[in-house]
Design a protein around this ligand. Structure first.
Ligand code: 5GP
Ligand code: MG
Length: 177
């Protein structure tokens, strides 16, 4: 099996680039169907979602805007349970249809924090598109509107996701051995 080594850990291939691209097609088609008439604001959560967002936007064929927020909650392979905001939102979302673009929803703590903050700013609606979702560790109630893959509770890297800074550039997704 194809493996990669990052720092002290080895990871095995889990989702191929071709499978990811097919999932992005599916997510994009669903978003186009739902949002094509609303000129939504896509809000990308950095760093992890940059690759998913880039692939997704190439498929979005209607008028929309894109902005970025930067959050961090992981250290190594463990969630710290605390979310740090490193770059905040620079524009108004009042009255806008917002689509949050995330790499992965794990416990849901990061996303719930973000939703609470965003709802105060009175958007017309908020939807969530996440490339990956770990249902077994999800502890929250909010709905994820668009999911690329539901995956088991393993630590993964690649396609934007890192292990201590490494692995974000990998076009496939790997899970820890
Ligand atoms: P949550 O707050 O939902 O527990 O975690 C969300 C954030 O933790 C994600 O946006 C992502 O940055 C990071 N994260 C969660 N699971 C993984 C994983 O398996 N691998 C990596 N590299 N990051 C993860
Ligand atoms: Mg993230």
């Amino acid at each position: 099996m194809k493996t990669v080594t990052l720092h002290d850990k080895t990871f095995g291939l889990c989702i191929s680039s071709a499978e990811i691209q097919a999932a992005v097609d599916r997510v994009a088609m669903a978003i186009i169907e739902d949002m094509k008439d609303s000129c939504p604001l896509f809000l990308v959560v950095l760093n992890g979602a940059f690759m998913f967002a880039g692939d997704l936007f190439k498929r979005i064929n209607f008028n929309c805007e894109v902005t970025f927020m930067k959050l961090a909650s992981y250290q190594g392979t463990e969630s710290t349970g605390m979310v740090k905001k490193l770059i905040g939102l620079s524009e108004s979302i009042e009255g806008r249809d917002v689509v949050i673009i995330e790499d992965i929803v794990d416990s849901g703590i990061t996303m719930e924090n973000m939703l609470n903050e965003l709802y105060i700013l009175q958007p017309a609606s908020i939807r969530i598109a996440s490339c990956l979702f770990k249902p077994a560790s999800f502890t929250k109630k909010f709905k994820i509107d668009y999911v690329g893959f539901s995956i088991p509770n393993d630590f993964i890297v690649g396609y934007g996701l890192d292990y201590d800074g490494l692995g974000r550039n990998l076009p496939d997704i790997y899970k820890i051995n």
